[in-house]
Structures are given as structure tokens and as C-alpha cells.
Design a protein around this ligand. Sequence first.
Ligand SMILES: [Zn+2]
Length: 252
Amino acid sequence: MKRKVLIITLICFLTVCFSACGQNASDQQSSSAGSAAEKEHIEGFSISEISDDLFERMKAGDTFKDDCIVPREDLRYILALHVDKEGNTHQGEMVVHKVIAEDVLEILEKLYEAKYPIERMVLPDNYMADDEIMMRDNNSSSFNFRFISHTDDISKHGLGMAVDINTLYNPYHKFVENEDGTKEEIIEPATGKAYLDRSKDFDYKIEKGDLCYKLFTEKGFEWGGEWTDRKDYQHFELPDKITEKYAEEYQK
Ligand SMILES: [Zn+2]
């Protein structure tokens, strides 16, 4: 009799145990399904960590340079579709800092859905991280590690916290004063000179108030086309108060 009670007690105990485990497992399942639903994106759009193969590509292609102090773990690889001005869809890719990954993916999704034209979106590694060549090719990209010339400060592209869109048609423009007092005009890419006249209408032009401008600025990015000491029409970046926090941490 005692033995029977013992067996029944044991069965009850095991039943409770199993149902608790089952409950736990289904809880876990539903919570992971919940987070997956939150991060669900349309096909062709995703965010992932830097895989070993990609990391090798970034080192060989020179965006992740030997002196890079941004940890690989803080970078994300975005896959996104984009449509060119002819209406052709392309699979694009971009490496950004994790802090902007979700926002940039959302922006690129909305640009794609609206058929906002972006011609090319491949990693700078395809150009051996050469900015001028990449801009002439109208490539859109973000992460490319570098310090600002003659400083220990990491550039915002070096942090992966700046994004350039349709670079040839939205050039960088600045006048610098040389030591002898003469002024030098800098246009990057040099082949983008024709697109400095922003009163003209042409494909791939970013304008204040257009969809690209709106989506980036809504997420807190600043547009280089609004700067007064220089113009960088292709460029959207996070404000200093955010980037400096990370840069300081990496420089420690
Ligand atoms: Zn830029």
C-alpha cells in the first residue's frame, strides 16, 4: 500500500514537472515568436551580424582596416532591395553600426516601396574602400573605417553612423583656403561637378523635403545638404551628441 502511494505521488510529481516544463517551453516559443514578429521584414530585407565570410571580405576590401577600433560585434549587415530609375529592382547590401541598423532598414524598405530611385548599393569593399571611385559609380553605402585626417577622431562613416545615397548626383562641395590665401574648390566625386547646380532637375537628386530627406531626418539624422560651411548632398549622419559618445568609448 505504501508503495502504491509512493508511486502515485511520484506520478503526480512528474506530471507537474512535465507540464511546468511544457509551459516554460511554450512561453519561450511564444516570446521568441513575438520578437521575430517585431523584426519581421519584407522579403529581401534583413539585418544580421557580421559573419566570418563577410568579415574576411571587409578586411580584404579595406573597410575594416588594421587600425579599426570599432568592434565587429557593433556592426550589422543589411540586405535591402532597391529600385533604379529605370524601375529595375536590385538586391542591395550595406554595413552600418548596430545603433542605426533598424532605422536604416526601415528607411530602405520605405524607399523601395515608394520606388524612390537608388542606383547601386554594394559595400565599399567592392571598390577597395576608395571613396572617389565609389562615388563616381554612384554607390550608396555607410561603414568605411577611417580617422578624420590628422586627428584621432573617427569619422562618422568610420563609425557606420552616416549613410551616403546616390553619391555621383549628390556631391560633396567645399571651398578651402590654402596657406597662400588662395581658395581651392573641392568637389567629390570630381565627376559630380555638373550636379552642384541644385536648381536643375535630374535623376537621383536628393532635395530638402523629398522622401529620402524626410525618412532620414524623421529618424534624427542630419542632412549634409543643409550645412552652411560646406555641402554634402549625399550624406545623412547621426548628430554629434550620439556619435561622440560611442567614439569616446572606442578610443579608450
Ligand atoms: Zn558621407
